[in-house]
Design a protein around this ligand. Structure first.
Ligand code: UT7
Length: 322
């Protein structure tokens, strides 16, 4: 199994820290120093499923015959906490659009969303990896697509400055050699009050926006990411010095600096693009991967770790030999 292609959709509208200064009581200096974010993208008009579909179309540009790829694809998973609907799933909507666009006779069949907040992409990879292993088909499409601009409270400076919109997609391909060396996946639901988004219809809630006790989440994120990265390395018997890149969920540059110190993987090996996109939740790893891929940073045989932590709490890491 390997990742053989990736794609992305990046909304065109840019919201800078200076723009935010006009909306809430904040400053470019505070946001930059406390988070590493300079700007983020906002998708005003289009839905999460639209962004996911565009990311897949972008991915399929890598192939001469996209129809053949899609007809040999077992399914589609969309990792998202901001779906268009509770149901149908975002993945089903994307599948419907792909059938029309590529005139598919035999479309991907196992289509569903994964809701694991910022860890959703790793959870989805883990699901797709295991489903594809036991199938006759050759491919699986895994997407992270998020529109947090719709669920943050634009009057709450402690959260609205953090998030952005976007989508990334990867093609998982069954190969003779398994390039996935290890997964580490976990969850702990005991501290659900520290980071959550109420569902519409929850009578006890005054509003349905994202709520986070950032400071507490920060500390748990650092400890958990450290542990999860070290777990995948241990499982695969690989040392921190052997790692070429870490492609992390982009929540806060200070979290990544601390995780780098604690895992002894130098910060230069962490691929960081938080300054441009902020926290795009489940989309952040595939968006970062796409950028690293386009810049030709990841070479054959490089050892790369993906790692994420998010609401639930959930977390996950995987170690891949590219
Ligand atoms: O992606 C999933 C997981 N999410 C995360 O991992 C996020 C984790 N948390 C964080 O990244 C950080 O906790 C934040 C960036 C959210 C906040 O940074 P912090 O250093 O933990 O700040 P804080 O919440 O402790 O607040 C420090 C001060 C407070 O003022 P006082 O009480 O010291 O006077 C806040 O009111 O900063 C104030 N503050 C702000 N000031 C200017 C909070 N937000 C802002 C703001 N602009 N946007």
């Amino acid at each position: 199994m390997r990742i053989s292609a990736c794609g992305a959709y990046i909304p065109s509208e840019v919201l800078t820290n200076f723009d935010l200064e006009k909306i809430v009581d904040t400053s470019d200096k505070w946001i930059t120093e406390r988070t590493g974010i300079k700007e983020r993208r906002i998708e005003k008009d289009k839905s999460t499923s639209f962004m996911a579909f565009e990311a897949v179309k972008n991915l399929l540009k890598n192939f001469k015959n996209p129809k053949e790829i899609l007809e040999n694809t077992l399914g589609i998973i969309v990792a998202t906490s901001t779906p268009d609907y509770l149901f149908p799933s975002t993945a089903c909507i994307v599948q419907g659009e792909l059938i029309k666009e590529y005139k598919l006779d035999n479309p991907p069949q196992v289509c569903f969303d994964v809701l694991a907040a910022c860890s959703g992409f790793i959870y989805s990879l883990y699901n797709a990896y295991n489903l594809l292993k036991n199938s006759e088909k050759k491919y699986f499409i895994v997407i992270g697509s998020e529109r947090y601009s719709k669920i943050v409270n634009w009057e709450d400076r402690s959260t609205c400055i953090l998030f952005g919109d976007g989508a990334g997609a990867v093609l998982l391909e069954k190969t003779e050699k398994d390039h996935f060396l290890a997964f580490d996946i976990g969850s702990d639901g005991r501290q659900k009050h520290l980071l959550y988004v109420p569902c519409v219809g929850q009578d006890s809630e005054k509003n349905y926006f994202l709520k986070m006790k950032g400071n507490e989440v920060f500390k748990i994120a650092v400890r958990t990411l450290e542990k999860s990265i070290l777990n995948v390395l241990k499982k695969a018997n690989v040392s921190p010095e052997e790692i070429s890149y870490v492609i992390p969920h982009q929540a806060n540059i200070r979290i990544l600096k601390l995780v780098s110190e604690r895992t002894k993987i130098p910060l230069e090996k962490f691929f960081i693009n938080i300054e441009k996109f902020g926290n795009t939740s489940a989309a952040s790893i595939p968006l970062a991967l796409k950028e690293a891929w386009d810049k030709n940073l990841i070479k054959k045989d490089d050892l790369v770790v993906f790692t994420a932590f998010g609401g639930g709490f959930t977390w996950g890491s995987t170690l891949i030999r590219f």
